[in-house]
Design a protein around this ligand. Structure first.
Ligand SMILES: [Zn+2]
Length: 466
């Protein structure tokens, strides 16, 4: 018997078996039941989530000897032909390799004729966004006046690149990312069927690496079996996936959370020694901090983060080293740093300095504390020498002081400085100059500059996440 890769062997042959796309399936099945078949469909979504599989199943529902039926029999000749890629009436075209005008012209010629044996001619164009503009134009003419008994199904991973003129003539279905849970469930089924031994940690590793693509998960399992045989141990799997070992990530979070910048340099050295890509490592580190924040924030994280008991315990212990607010700030800062790392011409130095900065994060006073200090200094300003800093014309000096917006002290200071006009201005300027010479003001300004203006992550925490 020839060897079939899992993605082929376990390709769903009915809508019921299609994983994670319930709304799409239900709508398509209803359309067939009610004889409301569109002439052109567009299936969009990331790779490996079932778009072309759904297209083939749709072709079978249309052409099954016992159909059109929402549940093709998979036994009749028509179904079998489609399952075995040899139906003369179901054409599958790869938009990436046949992207030119000639391919589409050929197609237009082809669809002029009735289906040879089946009820419908079904044209599936995968990666349709790759077609050239000329090819799209030719295609548009065909779907504007579609030949009867022809159904087009376009699949794309980049929906935004498909011209609006095409989209407007199609029924659009958005395919979702496959959930972590569904991927693991499916991998478990394959493992059972194939008598493969793999730990739940291993299954999680694969699901995480596949990141929503069922096909990627299947081919990673293929790879693992090819590498280790039927018993897949965790270390082999890590090697195949090139995953950053968990211990590594904990070493990094440990040095950050326990404020040990001296540990950063040897750790980065190790990352490089191990041949990890720095940007890949960084992504994993973000994921790790996300997991820390998650176990810190959610009462029962097991559902969102399927880890075994031991791993969950270790993660929770690590999260104990910081407050939820601190973890949030680390995570925001890490995310903001990602672009910088991506474009840095010295990624290693960028990474080192960034991580050292994170190690000092806890010492950086929160904005709340700075505002407390600000309030104290404001009170000091009420002393006779400081009075000049408040609005003279204000009916109620107290009100004015209360109404300082807490989130933008620097803006308020600028306002105070620039608000008055005319003759008063020079007098005011002199007053401000005097005030600025006051040691308490100077020390405040210094603290302010050091703590707020130089620390981007804090500003980010407040401004981001609109
Ligand atoms: Zn059939």
């Amino acid at each position: 018997m020839t060897y079939l890769i899992y993605a082929r062997k376990y390709r769903p042959d009915t809508f019921e078996k299609l994983i994670g796309q319930k709304p799409v399936v239900q709508t398509l099945q209803n359309a067939i039941k009610n004889d409301r078949i569109a002439q052109a469909y567009i299936f969009s979504g990331m790779r490996g989530v079932g778009k072309t599989t759904a297209a083939r199943i749709l072709a079978k529902t249309l052409n099954c000897q016992h159909g059109p039926s929402p549940t093709p029999c998979n036994k009749c000749e028509f179904c079998k032909e489609i399952n075995e890629d040899r139906s003369v009436d179901v054409l599958e075209i790869d938009g990436a390799s046949s992207r030119g005008i000639d391919a589409v012209r050929e197609l237009r010629e082809g669809v002029k004729y009735k289906p040879i044996r089946s009820r419908y001619k079904v044209i599936i164009i995968d990666e349709v966004h790759m077609l050239t503009p000329e090819a799209f134009n030719a295609l548009l003419k065909t779907i504007e006046e579609p030949p009867p008994h022809t159904v087009f199904i376009f699949a794309t991973t980049e929906f935004h690149k498909v011209p609006a003129t095409i989209i407007s003539r199609c029924q659009h279905f958005e395919f979702k990312k496959i959930s972590h849970k569904d991927i693991i469930k499916h991998l478990l089924q394959i493992a059972e069927e194939e008598k493969i031994k793999i730990s739940s940690f291993g299954l999680n590793l694969i699901a995480e690496a596949a990141d929503g693509s069922l096909r990627d998960a299947q081919s990673l399992l293929d790879k693992a079996v090819a590498f280790s045989g039927e018993v897949i141990n965790d270390d082999d799997l890590k090697e195949i996936l090139g995953t950053i070992s968990r211990d590594f990530l904990f070493a990094f979070s440990g040095s950050i959370l326990q404020e040990k910048p001296d540990e950063v340099f040897p750790l980065v050295e190790k990352v490089i020694e191990n041949g990890y890509d720095l940007r890949f490592f960084y992504k994993e580190l973000i994921q790790h901090f996300r997991n820390l924040l998650l176990v810190k924030s959610v009462q029962d994280p097991q559902d969102l983060l399927p880890l075994n008991e031991e791993d969950m315990k270790v993660l929770k212990e690590e999260a104990q080293k910081a407050s939820q607010e601190e973890l949030l700030r680390y995570l925001v800062a890490l995310q903001q740093g990602e672009q910088g790392l991506k474009f840095s011409s010295h990624p290693r130095i960028y990474l080192e300095t960034f991580l050292v900065k994170l190690c000092h994060f806890k010492q950086i006073t929160s904005l709340k504390d700075i505002m407390k200090e600000f309030e104290i200094i404001k009170k000091e300003l009420k002393s006779p020498s400081g009075k000049s800093f408040t609005r003279e014309n204000s009916q109620n000096q107290e009100d004015f002081q209360e109404n300082l917006p807490p989130e933008a002290p620097n803006q308020k200071i600028n306002e105070i400085i620039s608000e008055d006009t005319g003759e008063e201005k020079s007098k005011r300027e002199r007053e401000i100059e005097t005030a600025l010479k006051d040691p308490s003001i100077q020390s405040f300004m210094d603290t302010f500059k050091a703590k707020v203006l130089s620390v981007e992550p804090i500003k980010g925490t407040n401004k981001k996440d609109k």
